[in-house]
Design a protein around this ligand. Structure first.
Ligand SMILES: NC(=O)c1ccc[n+]([C@@H]2O[C@H](COP(=O)([O-])OP(=O)(O)OC[C@H]3O[C@@H](n4cnc5c(N)ncnc54)[C@H](OP(=O)(O)O)[C@@H]3O)[C@@H](O)[C@H]2O)c1
Length: 167
């Protein structure tokens, strides 16, 4: 995920104009390394309308879209999952060891609440937004993390990685 310094992943109207292209490149590398990523239905629909790049440009074997709509029509390599648990099971069935969950806010909140996130990888964009879409939608959870590493991926963007403690 890429966020402002104060934890916003999109502006109030849903655009990501404050985020640099380097964040997409960083996501692309991770998704292509692991071969599978998961997104919420709203993120899928929003990003597929972008003009510069979209999820079709990612060379991944499996692209899971989570939606409660069982009739949602998707073309391979996009695959429908009807819950976070279903998404993880589908990736496991196809033998993916690691899967990149890449938002948005609602799906992130659902996965963390269901204890389905092992590691958090965040790119911090040097911006502060007075309002917007938060990294995790409000829900009943509190997680403790262990620091893994931080990497400067451009002159401006810091990537931080944390393990989610499962105790
Ligand atoms: N900065 C970043 O790194 C980044 C990354 C991704 C997205 N974003 C931004 O995040 C925003 C979208 O976030 P969002 O919170 O509005 O939407 P979202 O999380 O992308 O998608 C929400 C949808 O996912 C499905 N869903 C969520 N939880 C579910 C569950 N437990 N079971 C079944 N389906 C579930 C539902 O689809 P149905 O309504 O079809 O049932 C729900 O409406 C966009 O503005 C996007 O640009 C930013």
């Amino acid at each position: 995920m890429a966020m402002s310094l104060n934890g916003m992943i999109a502006s109030k109207n849903g655009d990501e104009d404050f985020l640099s292209d380097a964040n997409w490149e960083s996501f692309r590398k991770l998704a292509e390394k692991h071969g599978c990523f998961i997104i919420g239905r709203k993120t899928y629909e929003a990003v597929q309308k972008w003009s510069d790049y979209n999820f079709d440009d990612i060379d991944a074997k499996l692209k899971i879209v989570v939606s409660g709509d069982k009739n949602l029509k998707l073309e391979p390599p996009f695959l429908l999952a009807t819950s976070p648990d279903d998404a993880v099971k589908k990736a496991e069935t196809m033998n993916f060891e690691n899967v990149i969950l890449t938002g948005g806010s609602t799906i992130n909140g659902a996965f963390i609440t269901e204890n389905l996130i092992d590691e958090v990888i965040i790119n911090i964009e040097p911006a502060i937004l007075g309002n917007g879409v938060p990294l995790f939608a409000e829900n009943e959870f509190e997680k403790r993390l262990s620091f893994i590493e931080s990497i400067k991926i451009t002159d401006d963007i810091l990537q931080v990685r944390y393990k989610v403690n499962k105790t």
